[in-house]
Design a protein around this ligand. Structure first.
Ligand code: KIV
Length: 272
């Protein structure tokens, strides 16, 4: 380890816990490759999620279902190589953990060993608690995910806000407590009413990180393509765009093409 590396204080699951206790909000972004992960890490992001949203934004699939464990490991390896400070959590993809707890443990171990990840995330409530106990029992930190869980999109049939009715909100609260009791170190809540996000965060000791779960949870996560404005036809209410890269990149690409066609590029000083 170089001196520089040893001087950097790494974010751990304990750091996130202490941030919740001290009221410091947690920042989390998705990343899928070396270059972007390096920029986010240097900028000071607390957590990078190698999300299975890679299936959508990197591979162009309509849902998160098609991405494989091998493909997730490839993305995670690239991200991990770039990160010196932040905590890197990797999604278990659809089909790599739902079968039984042994399968869930084996998939988690592959992610930890082959990618060098710091923990895994999986979707679901009570039904995945046995797997969570087994995975955490092997020393692997687990982040839960409730609310809109994209791996179950064919069960929901829609990407609409979840748990608006009291009955579903009660089930979500019950599942959140079950995930904490099973050993999750943190929980993602996606697209639920802000009042429910606040209640879950108040009831749980572990940090709750929201995406469309309001301002009262313990941290926020966005998909990097949405946050940077690379996606242009996706505008849910919870999304704040910090750049409009789709427009910027389109403009730069058009200018590049034009410069080549007009023989402006390369010029005298851009050749050997
Ligand atoms: O895969 C993903 O990007 C996620 C976030 C939306 C939380 O799970």
């Amino acid at each position: 380890m170089s001196i520089k590396q040893s001087e950097i204080k790494r974010i751990t699951t304990n750091t996130l816990q202490s941030m919740k206790q001290h009221g410091e909000k947690i920042s989390m972004l998705t990343a899928y490759d070396f270059s972007m992960a390096g920029i986010f890490d240097e900028a000071g992001i607390d957590v990078i999620l190698v999300g299975d949203s890679a299936s959508n934004v990197m591979a162009g699939h309509e849902t998160t279902l098609p991405i494989t464990l091998d493909q997730m490991i490839y993305h995670a390896q690239s991200v991990i190589r770039a990160c010196q400070r932040c905590l890197v959590i990797v999604d278990l993809p659809f089909g790599s953990y739902q079968g039984n707890s042994k399968e869930a443990l084996n998939s988690s171990i592959r992610i930890m060993k082959e990618a060098g990840a710091h923990g895994i995330k999986l979707e679901g409530g009570e039904e995945v608690c046995e797997s969570i106990k087994r995975i955490t029992g092997a020393g692997v930190p687990v982040m839960g995910h409730l609310g809109l869980t994209p791996q179950s999109i064919y069960k929901f049939g829609t990407y609409a806000v979840r748990a608006k009715e009291e009955e579903e909100a009660e089930i979500l609260l019950h599942n959140a407590r079950a995930l904490e009791n099973a050993g999750c170190f943190s929980l993602v809540l996606e697209k639920i009413p802000a009042s429910l996000g606040a209640e879950v965060s108040a009831q749980l000791k572990i940090p709750v990180i929201g995406i469309g779960a309001g301002m009262h949870v313990d941290g926020q996560v966005l998909v990097m393509h949405d946050m940077l404005g690379l996606t242009k036809d996706f505008s849910p209410r919870f999304l704040r765009r910090y750049l409009n890269l789709h427009e910027e990149i389109t403009g730069a690409t058009k200018k590049y093409i034009q410069d080549i066609k007009s023989k402006d590029f390369p010029n005298e000083s851009e050749q050997y």
